[in-house]
Ligand binder design. Structure first.
Ligand code: FMN
Length: 431
């Protein structure tokens, strides 16, 4: 059901007010405080069928049911023992808040500016490879939802839809590149991405070698997927995914291929024999970054920084921004939780925009990251699940949930503007 076909009562029940508003909508009635009316006309109206998704974590069980096991396992998965992934959440849990009271928070503003562009909220969609396998036209779905919600979205270079198509659907999308191995291939890819209309380029640098994703082996996931009886059984036992995503894609667009790792088309997503040409990236270093910097005219960002000296090098290499990230705990097990190293990295940033991802699930997480100096926080897995179970509406809903949480948290913490946030609002919790 589309938003425009929702009944008035469902509309009232599902309204999430994400605009700065003198009368923010309250989904619940706090003890002794009368419920306020949903005032702002800019309120996002959740489609009735998404009303049960009350937080980002609600998408995961639905996606687990919808997706074949190897594919769900690929999204949910982590490297080795999952220590890095666990630490990502623990780092957020380590902090509590010192709210300020009796501050006029009747008008609150969560809009931000990144690289000269205005966004409605300090949250964005992290780049996720193979998104068109979990959701029909997944990359377009994520980018279009983010554009409608006016937040940044980074499309992955390991995607199955051509960057040109995604940019046509959502021209504000950022592009994340995995650098190919040799110089000519790097140049050709960068030139193609620029010609597609991409303004903001993100280089992911935390994948110099292949990660040890044992869970992919256990669930039978590989790229390309190898046809097998077990895979066929998974398809048949997940008919909504089989028909609604995979067969629909095959019929309408043909066999998906890796489209954006190089300037030219890569391997298909399903094949018995084809080996994916995973570029050898072990030799890539700062001189490659410097060369791309000279070529790329727009904002350029490095994703995957966890060390303050690397942040300094990024700044010296002319980066406009960095994303402090451990890839959601999917690369090096035990890699530092981004929130933990954020303050020392911000200290070296000197004007460079510092963003963060890995384990961001709540508005309060975004508040903590911003209080420690981040400008924007990106969300990965939950928005992939949202795309799988409810397409563009699902991703939009996930983003709007985060916006509404942030707006509410601002009120609770006694701030009208995100600029007021700093580490004095945080307290280390004792356990
Ligand atoms: C299914 C999936 C695919 C991903 N693919 C990429 C990718 O192609 N490029 C990249 O830079 N990061 C990739 N990531 C990492 C995300 O961009 C992001 O760093 C991470 O998901 C954030 O952690 P979170 O999932 O806990 O929010 C991927 C993550 C997931 C879950």
């Amino acid at each position: 059901m589309s938003a425009s076909h929702v009944s008035p009562s469902a509309r009232a029940a599902n309204a999430i007010d994400c605009a700065e508003s003198p009368h923010p909508a309250d989904a619940s009635v706090p003890d002794g405080v009368p419920s306020q009316s949903a005032g702002a006309s800019a309120a996002y109206v959740a489609p009735a069928h998404l009303a049960r998704f009350l937080s980002l974590s609600d998408f995961e069980p639905a996606a687990r049911r919808y997706l074949p096991r190897p594919i769900f396992g690929y999204v949910a998965g982590f490297v080795e023992d999952g220590t890095a992934q666990e630490d990502n959440r623990l780092a957020y849990a380590r902090y509590g808040f010192r709210p300020r009271v009796l501050v006029d928070v009747s008008k609150r503003e969560q809009r931000i500016t990144l690289f000269g562009r205005h966004y409605a909220s300090p949250v964005g969609v992290a780049p996720m490879g193979i998104s068109a396998l979990t959701a029909y036209r997944g990359d377009i779905v994520q980018a279009s939802a983010a554009q409608a919600a006016q937040v940044p979205c980074i499309m992955s270079g390991s995607s199955l839809i051509r960057v040109e198509e995604v940019m046509a659907a959502a021209p504000a999308t950022w592009f994340q590149a995995y650098l190919p191995g040799d110089e000519a291939q790097i140049t050709a890819l960068i030139d193609r991405v620029a010609a597609a209309g991409v303004e903001t380029l993100v280089l992911t640098v935390d994948t110099p070698v292949q990660a040890n994703r044992e869970n992919n082996v256990r669930t039978g996931f590989s790229t390309p997927l190898k046809p097998s009886l077990a895979l066929a059984v998974q398809g048949i036992t997940h008919p909504r995914w089989l028909c609604g995503t995979f067969l629909r894609t095959l019929i309408k667009h043909g066999m998906p291929h890796f489209e954006n790792n190089y300037a030219t088309r890569g391997a298909p997503i399903l094949s018995k024999r084809v080996m994916r040409d995973l570029a050898e990236r072990g030799h890539l270093n700062w001189t490659h970054v410097a060369r791309i910097r000279r070529r790329w005219k727009g904002p350029m960002i490095i994703k995957g920084i966890l060390d303050a000296q690397d942040a300094l090098r990024a700044r010296q290499a002319g980066m406009d921004g960095i994303i402090v990230s451990n890839h959601g705990g999917r690369q090096l097990d035990g890699a530092a939780a981004p929130l933990q190293v954020l303050p020392e990295i911000v200290a070296q940033a000197a004007g460079m925009t510092v963003m963060i991802d890995s384990g961001v699930r709540r508005g309060t997480d975004v508040m903590k990251a911003l209080a420690l100096g981040a400008s924007c926080a990106f969300v990965g897995r939950p928005l992939n699940y949202a795309a799988a179970v409810a397409g563009e509406q699902g991703v939009r809903h996930g983003i709007e949930l985060m916006k509404s949480e942030i707006l509410r948290d601002m009120g609770m913490m006694g701030i009208a503007s995100l600029n007021e946030l700093n580490d004095t609002f945080l307290i280390e919790r004792r356990h």
